[in-house]
Design a binder for this molecule. Structure first.
Ligand code: HEC
Ligand code: HEC
Ligand code: HEC
Ligand code: HEC
Ligand code: HEC
Ligand code: HEC
Ligand code: HEC
Ligand code: HEC
Length: 409
């Protein structure tokens, strides 16, 4: 009897101590999940956030990376929620220096700049602008603290998983659609089919194997988005490239305008203007292929894709010259606020039918032809790419001819 009473009394003492301790506790510490902590309150408010965090390596680390590690501890209760800090890559950098640094040197870090570089965007309704560009280009967000990027573009919060980012679907939201359908191309290529039908085999590559296989967050390819670079292997190819480059951009076609344009193209790395970086990217890519193919096999594939880029650039340049001719001969009118020359970056705001056709040839068909060739997808290369390019060319020729006849020239 006495033994039991003593037991109850000491239990009471322990419980009391625990209670006193709980109330006297300092606001928060990283590993804290007790009453009044970030985790306890948010577990009720947003159980999804907390359970994802619990499943993350951050929660399981010896030195727990908790809510306050990233969001600070200025916000403590319902009333001061606006004091919670929004973490930027600078926050991650404390522990992931390498990835943050690499990311800041890669192409994704330029996404903010490029979204702002296209003037016709400003003519769209504000709500359209916001989702149309930033929906994807926020991956290169510039923060007030000087850091750049949104790491949760690929490692979504609050799981922050490397395995998730290794899935091609992590790239799909952005790398899909008319002008950069890399996901669709890859998915229906032999690589994508094997990746999906034998997911655990590791036999076939997803995006990350070829583009981030060594964990390098500074993604950048040789040819880039538009498959335009200088120097190329022939003079004709260089001339064709210059014809297209001149038609990119509203910066005017005089010398001053041309310099401004080249400056912007360089800053954005829109066209690649040095051979060294191309060769470096090519070597790195071949190293990735060599894990599964012989070097010469992979090299042959990439070189035949290069040839397809040459052909598509030539066809596009021909079309640009036809439209340019309409301006030079005064058949396309120079208006006060309209373009004075072919301007490929007017996109769907291009003022005439012939320029609309050129826009589709440039942004949709050529993109699919050369990107499909690169991503080993015969159908994208041919039926979604080269074939409609040829049809567009016919249409542009016919429209130009009719316009010249109508103008009597
Ligand atoms: C007593 C409950 C409570 C505690 C404790 C608490 N929060 Fe909150 N927190 C809230 C509420 C309520 C909101 C607002 C939710 C909403 O807008 O739906 C919020 C919002 C947030 C937000 C979002 C802010 C935004 O602008 O969207 C973050 C991040 C956050 N809390 C982190 C933390 C961290 C980190 C801690 C611990 C240092 C913490 N919270 C502690 C109740 C709490
Ligand atoms: C590794 C860093 C990290 C940790 C740890 C972390 N967060 Fe976050 N959290 C982020 C990032 C990054 C964002 C997105 C910020 C932005 O808008 O760019 C975010 C956004 C949020 C938001 C607002 C967006 C939304 O989805 O509602 C809330 C609320 C939030 N966190 C709560 C928490 C809570 C609660 C914890 C702890 C269980 C926590 N966070 C732990 C990095 C972190
Ligand atoms: C206080 C240090 C710290 C901070 C700040 C931090 N992390 Fe981590 N992170 C870690 C630790 C520790 C691990 C686990 C490492 C391990 O287990 O190999 C980790 C792992 C990761 C992983 C790999 C998870 C996996 O599946 O292997 C990713 C991705 C990650 N963090 C992203 C972020 C991002 C994004 C931020 C900023 C929003 C951030 N971290 C902030 C310490 C931190
Ligand atoms: C949130 C959207 C988004 C996600 C997710 C995303 N990207 Fe990107 N990616 C972009 C944007 C936007 C650009 C163009 C950046 C610019 O404007 O300069 C880009 C550019 C690239 C480039 C550079 C091409 C060049 O110009 O040389 C590569 C390679 C790339 N991404 C690969 C990937 C891979 C692989 C993944 C998945 C692991 C991925 N991206 C996930 C939006 C995204
Ligand atoms: C679905 C997501 C998405 C949307 C929406 C989007 N972009 Fe992009 N954008 C990308 C991706 C992905 C790339 C890179 C593709 C590649 O390299 O093949 C890119 C590339 C670019 C580039 C070329 C970057 C370079 O230097 O290589 C520019 C410029 C650009 N986008 C501007 C815009 C503008 C302006 C808008 C809004 C009108 C917009 N984008 C809307 C995903 C998007
Ligand atoms: C374009 C998609 C993408 C973005 C954006 C991205 N990552 Fe990653 N990250 C990956 C991929 C893919 C891996 C897996 C690489 C591997 O397995 O070699 C990875 C791996 C990691 C790892 C685990 C490294 C390891 O060795 O275990 C960390 C940590 C990490 N990323 C942090 C970050 C941080 C911090 C940012 C923001 C600056 C960021 N990531 C942005 C795709 C991305
Ligand atoms: C088998 C390897 C491989 C896989 C898998 C792969 N790519 Fe590529 N990717 C390449 C090569 C090669 C290039 C062109 C390199 C060059 O310019 O020399 C390229 C180019 C790109 C570019 C620049 C524009 C273009 O299309 O030419 C982007 C963006 C891109 N890839 C994204 C992705 C995404 C997203 C995935 C997954 C859905 C993916 N890639 C899968 C090898 C691959
Ligand atoms: C993770 C392994 C892996 C990597 C990395 C890889 N491939 Fe493949 N690739 C395969 C497999 C498996 C097949 C299907 C069997 C075969 O044809 O060898 C294939 C098929 C191909 C084919 C024939 C496609 C067809 O439709 O018949 C080409 C061309 C090719 N790969 C080129 C490349 C290039 C170029 C790279 C690098 C940019 C690359 N691969 C990287 C595994 C890989």
């Amino acid at each position: 009897m006495r033994k039991i009473a003593l037991g109850v009394a000491s239990l009471g003492l322990v419980a009391g101590l625990v209670l006193v301790f709980a109330f006297a506790r300092a606001p928060v510490s990283s590993a804290d999940e007790g009453e009044g902590s970030c985790v306890a309150c948010h577990e009720k408010l947003n159980p999804g956030i907390v359970s994802q965090w619990r499943a993350s390596k951050h929660a399981k680390a010896d030195d727990v990376v908790s809510c306050d590690t990233c969001h600070g501890s200025d916000h403590q209760c319902e009333e001061d929620a606006d004091k919670a800090r929004t973490p930027s890559p600078k926050t991650c950098k404390k522990c992931h220096f390498k990835q943050v640094k690499q990311f800041s040197k890669g192409k994704h870090a330029l996404a903010d700049l490029s979204a702002k570089a296209i003037p016709m965007v400003a003519n769209q309704p504000e709500a359209i602008q916001k989702m149309a560009c930033l929906g994807c280009h926020l991956i290169g967000k510039k923060w007030d603290d000087g850091s750049v990027g949104k790491c949760d573009s690929c490692h979504t919060r609050h799981l922050f998983s490397a395995e998730e980012a290794r899935q091609p679907e992590a790239c799909e939201t952005c790398h899909m659609g008319e002008d950069h359908s890399q996901y669709e191309m890859w998915r229906s290529s032999k690589h994508g089919i094997i990746h999906h039908t034998q997911p655990k085999s590791g036999r076939a590559p997803g995006c990350y194997n070829c583009h981030m296989g060594d964990g390098d967050h500074a993604v950048m390819t040789g040819w880039g988005f538009l498959g335009l670079r200088l120097p190329n292997t022939t003079e004709e190819w260089n001339n064709d490239t210059m014809t297209v480059v001149k038609a990119i951009g509203p910066w005017g076609h005089d010398e001053e305008g041309m310099n401004a344009r080249v400056g912007a193209i360089k800053a954005l790395q829109l066209a690649r203007l040095d051979d060294e970086s191309f060769q470096k990217a090519r070597t790195k890519m071949l190293d990735a292929c060599t894990k599964c193919h012989s070097r010469s096999y992979a090299k042959e594939h990439l070189e035949s894709a290069d040839e397809i880029i040459r052909e598509t650039t030539h066809l596009l340049a021909e079309a640009v010259r036809i439209v340019d001719g309409l301006y030079t001969d005064g058949i396309l009118p120079e208006t006060e606020d309209g373009p004075k020359h072919t301007d490929l970056l007017l996109f769907y705001d291009s003022p005439t039918e012939v320029e609309q056709e050129l826009y589709r040839m440039f942004m949709f068909h050529r993109q699919k032809a050369f990107q499909g060739a690169i991503h080993v997808n015969p159908d994208y290369m041919h039926w979604y790419g080269w074939a409609p390019m040829k049809s567009s060319m016919q249409r542009i020729q016919a429209l130009a001819k009719a316009m010249r006849e109508k103008a009597g020239k």
